[in-house]
Structures are given as structure tokens and as C-alpha cells.
Design a protein around this ligand. Sequence first.
Ligand code: NAG
Ligand code: NAG
Ligand code: NAG
Length: 403
Amino acid sequence: MISLRLSALLALASFVSAQQPVYGQCGGINWTGGTTCAAGSVCTYSGPYYSQCLPGSNPPPTTKPPVTTPTKTSTSTAPTQTSGGGGGVPPAVPFMGGVNTAGYDFTVYTNGSFSGVGYAPPPSQFTHFAGQGVKLFRVPFAWQLMTPQVGGTIDPNFWSRYDATVQQALASGPNVHVILDLHNYARWNNQIIAQGGPTNAQFTSLWSQIAQKYAGQSRVIFGIMNEPHDIPSVATWVTSVQAAVNAIRAAGATSQFILMPGSSWSSAAALPTEAGPLLLGVTDPAGGKSKLLFDVHKYLDSDNSGTHPDCVTNNIDTFTALVTWLKANGRQAILSETGGGNTASCETMLGQELAYVKSQSQYIVGYTIWAAGAFDTTYTLTVTPNANGSDQPLWTIAVRPNL
Ligand SMILES: *[C@@H]1O[C@H](CO)[C@@H](O)[C@H](O)[C@H]1NC(C)=O
Ligand SMILES: *[C@@H]1O[C@H](CO)[C@@H](O)[C@H](O)[C@H]1NC(C)=O
Ligand SMILES: *[C@@H]1O[C@H](CO)[C@@H](O)[C@H](O)[C@H]1NC(C)=O
């Protein structure tokens, strides 16, 4: 995978002296490559650090629609899709740029074990970021904090802490949305949901209880699971996703977005070929499929792990392929984790990535950077503001212009 990405970059580099390919960069601060675009595309300003060759002769892009736009003669309120693809143009949603405010997930291991107490993200961060135009916060939590017994009832003490944070985030702006992120990697104590571990009923009991509490709050988004990985049966995982969707709707939360994670750590690159084709078949008891968004993650470091300070790709190849797949199926996604170090390479490449993502807002409706919240300002991927209120360079240079 790494060598594939490098060869894609080299292929792009070889175009620099000639015309820029469709979706290639064609301008921006300190850009030294070509500024003319391949036939059928036009150099389009995305932000101070990035202009890009987008299909069409004039903005907005006029690529052929995947399928004819559904005529509005039916009584359904949203485009519907068949499981095999097709579909139509998804509804426009105001773009939501934002940030992960972590803390209640600290010490959830990737095997779904947990040994901590949870930390509240500082409340001041919500007004700080919302004041800059952030419209989306993601608030991760450990399953074990929410229900100390698997399948049991929500712990009222933890609920009062978590809900206080969610309410602070919601109160930071009238259009702010908040992702409730169950940060457990499809696992409880090293066992996989419905594949040797908790039953679907135990998993959906959690979401049913949370959905009852937020049934009337349309600005929460149910992030039903963070980063499933090493899943023996992706098809079985998809049945767990369907069960969670059904439980949330049955609890009365019928207006909210639900995020559907695929496999391979919610990989944006793997979605179109791995879990995506199966997740297309998940149905929404509330009607249509436009409230079911794919949940994807993508980092920019050498092994795509989000653990190194330096970036090696702007991921435009990955997101171009993802958007092509979303278009073909008339669907949308949210990029709920991406980020990098406060380094020159990440300041440039994350800015390019986010400008591209925002330019495709019809299909990728928002993102949340990893991470602020209870992380301190020495964390490798920190975007936590400094004590004096100033922001990290990565935030100022790469994120803020693309909110
Ligand atoms: C542009 O390049 C110059 C020279 O290398 C550098 O000093 C400057 O910081 C760069 N500007 C940005 C915004 O990266
Ligand atoms: C999960 O991983 C952590 C960290 O490696 C380890 O300490 C713990 O024992 C593991 N839990 C189980 C149930 O295997
Ligand atoms: C705020 O704090 C940061 C980090 O310590 C520092 O780099 C910056 O210069 C400070 N800004 C002001 C205006 O004091």
C-alpha cells in the first residue's frame, strides 16, 4: 500500500512540467508545478494553499452524474438506492469541518480493552473552535465507561459527565453537530461483536439507550463504532451495523445521521472494495438512505497510522477514488479522523487534502481532525490550543482555511 501511494505521487510528479491531470494541483502558496489543466478540467481555487484541476469548464464541477437525477414524482423524501449501486445525486448538506475532542476514550486499547477513568475535553475548546467556524465535534468514549457491564444499563454517573460535554459542544453554535463515537474497535475486552464477543443485542442495547436520550436532538450524529479491524467476517459485521441502525430508529431517534464504519480501521482506501459494497445494502427504517453516512479515516504518515509527525501524501488519490465510488452509488461519507504533526510536510499536505475534501462536499460532507480535547500540546498530532489561547500551526495553516 505504501509503495502504491508513492508510485502514485511519482506519477503525479511526472506531470509537473506538462499539463496538470484532472484533480492534480495547479496552484497555491509556494506551488512550483504546472498551472494549466488537462483538457476538460479547469484550475479552481480551493484555498490559499491549493488550487486544483477540477472536471468541467466552469465551477461547479460538471462531471456526468452517476445516474440520472431521480425525478421528484415519487412520494419518498430522499433518494433511495438499490444495494448494488445506482442511486442518484445525494442531498446537499452544509459542509461541516471540525475536530475530535478526545478524553473519554483514553486507554481504550485497539483490542477493545479499557483500563482508565476517562477525561473530559476542556469545555472552553468548544467555544474556541466554534468561534472560528467549526461545525462538527466528535466526542469519543469507552464502551466500558458507558455500560460497565456489557449489555447492561448506562452508568448514570458517567452519563452525566458525557452528556455535559455533548451539551457544551451543541451549545457552542446553532448549526454545530456532535458525533457520539463509541471508540471500541468493534470489540469488548479483546472479543469481536457477534464474532465470538458481545452479541448484537448487547451492542445494540447501548445504542438503544443513548438514542432514547437524544431522540429529540437532531444535531447529534451516532458514530456507532470506531475503527473495526481484523474482522473475520465483514458480512457479519455489516449485520451488526444494520442491527445498530434499527435499534437507534426504534428508540425514536429518527432524524439523525448515523455513521457506518467499514473494516480495516475504517479505511477510506479500502471502503469501495471491502465493506462498502455490503454496507450499501444497509437500510434505514426511517426511510431512504441519505441519513446513513459512511464513516472513513485516513492519515498522511508513512504507514497511514496517524502516529508519526511527518506526512508523505496528501491522499488526493485515495479521496478521488472514494468520491468516484460515492458518486456512482449516490451516497455520502464523513472523514471522522485525519491529521498530522505540526510539521512543514503536514501543514502543506493536510491543507491540500482538506481543500480537496471540501471541494467534494456533495460527497464528503465533513471532517473532524484528530485531535484536540484532553490531549496536551505535546501530543504528536495535537491541535489542542495553547494555554494562552493561540492555536497550533497545523490548525492555523492547514485546517482553519478549510473549515
Ligand atoms: C514559501 O517558501 C518560502 C521559501 O522557501 C518560505 O520561507 C515560506 O515560509 C513558504 N511559505 C509558506 C506559507 O509555506
Ligand atoms: C488488550 O491489550 C492491552 C494492551 O496491549 C493488554 O494489556 C490487555 O491485556 C489486552 N486485553 C485482553 C483482554 O487481551
Ligand atoms: C502562546 O503560547 C505559545 C506556546 O507556548 C507560544 O509559542 C506563543 O508565542 C504564545 N503567544 C503569545 C501571543 O504569547
